[in-house]
Design a protein around this ligand. Structure first.
Ligand code: ZN
Length: 235
């Protein structure tokens, strides 16, 4: 964003009161992104209460060296809660990611979810997609998590080479094939023996995470992974 546009956006936020991204209700000063009522009705997964053995963690069993997995809410396309993800990915609201990341981190750190994690790697977008969107939503979520936990973000360890085709209509196996080899190592970091937290906006089949994690594991020694996302697709 140019400095001028950024200034206009800030000005608009100042003049126009912020609204709940889910129900559209005007937010009070103490509310961020979603109102207290929508927050109360959010279909929380509570996976962080059982981080080693939940539906999400099981997606990764036998695929990568998985430790913990958690997501804030159950995601259903076209549901009211899906507006959080729409706002973040398609309506140019990177701050939704940061604020939701903070909220998520604050909720699950009490469960000890972040204990033992050395660093955060947000799942990257392709260069083209990031240019179009202007930001990487997973990085924005990671930023919010970093503000609460102070765990370092490494944003350039992996890059995404190509995006073959949209995954929305594919089954789990087709998805896995579609994302195979789309990640590659970007900059070298001292990652041997580290416990890495991978961040994505929504986890569905887990295939994107698996592909990214496998690439990192193939390059470094003795890596462990945990996975965290805002949404976990219920199916
Ligand atoms: Zn609301």
């Amino acid at each position: 964003m140019s400095i001028f546009i950024e200034y206009i956006v800030r000005l608009l936020n100042f003049i126009a009161p912020k609204q709940c991204v889910v129900c559209g209700k005007r937010l009070t000063i103490s509310e961020d992104v979603i109102c207290a009522v929508c927050n109360l009705h959010m279909p929380r997964t509570l996976f962080s209460k059982n981080p080693y053995e939940n539906k999400m963690a099981k997606l990764f069993w036998g695929q990568i060296k998985i430790e913990k997995a958690a997501a804030l809410f159950f995601y259903e396309p076209h549901s009211e809660m899906s507006r959080i993800i729409l706002s973040l990915k398609y309506f140019n609201h990177p701050e939704t990611g940061e604020l939701m990341g903070r909220m998520l981190a604050e909720e699950i750190r009490q469960d000890g979810f972040f204990d033992g994690i050395d660093l955060i790697i947000p799942i990257p977008l392709t260069k083209k997609r990031q240019r179009e969107r202007g930001y990487n939503q997973s990085m924005e979520i990671a930023r919010g998590i970093n503000e609460i936990t102070k765990i370092k973000i490494v944003g350039n360890a992996v890059k995404r080479k190509s995006f073959k085709q949209s995954q929305t209509k594919m089954n789990r196996w087709q998805r896995q094939d579609n994302v195979k080899d789309v990640f590659s190592i970007d900059k070298e970091h001292d990652l041997d023996g580290k416990h890495i937290l991978l961040i994505d906006d929504v986890v569905t089949s887990g295939s994107t995470i698996i592909s990214c994690a496998q690439k990192i594991s193939a390059h470094y020694n003795n890596i462990k992974f945990s996975v965290l996302s805002l949404g976990f697709t219920k199916n």
